[in-house]
Design a binder for this molecule. Sequence first.
Ligand code: SAM
Length: 210
Amino acid sequence: MNRAHGVICASGWWARTVERELLPWGLEGVELGDDVLEIGPGFGATTRALAARVPALSVLELEPRYCERLRSELGERVKVVQGDASEMPFGDGRFSAVLAFTMLHHLPSRELQDRLLAEASRVLRPGGVFAGTDSLATGLVFRVLHLGDTLLPVAPEELCERLLAAGLTDARVRRGGRSFRFQASKPPRQAPARAAWEPVPTRRPSRAGS
Ligand SMILES: C[S@@+](CC[C@H](N)C(=O)[O-])C[C@H]1O[C@@H](n2cnc3c(N)ncnc32)[C@H](O)[C@@H]1O
């Protein structure tokens, strides 16, 4: 983030916007479950609001200095992990929900964005939810805030297809104001395939009358 972007993300105005508008809208109808991962927490506006709502919260942040700041502010309440969301340092099927607020556009290529979507799918439990929001990046101010920084907006009209290609299901995307929100689920665990018929008898049935 450039300096101006950092000042806004760390501001009381952004914290209030997140708490009152962005999170309630982005998480409408989302069952977060008991073990949640947020990717791209930045200065922690979204993280602070989430920490109050879920039993266990981990965050994955690329920038080491933001991680330090989050650790000293949030202490034991949140597990802060430094790393890249396109290559997550977590095992398969761990989280009940993965959340990403205003961060997808920070991935510098479409391929890396798709890798992030696939990683979100991989670390989710069957039935878990991937949800979040991002900017439509149409405003001049938003573009100025990204001068000297990565800005690769995600086209909302393409996102459902990209979420499905990442192995998710029930993908939904909705625009609102200058943002969009998205939700998709990891398919529930498939019951093991069972034969629909009775096992084939090993002996031939004897002929009638013999
Ligand atoms: C605009 S900030 C959003 C912060 C926070 N979610 C909020 O809404 O206040 C985007 C954050 O994503 C982080 N980020 C960018 N690429 C990342 C990646 N590949 N893995 C993890 N975090 C990443 C950036 O370092 C930055 O802190």
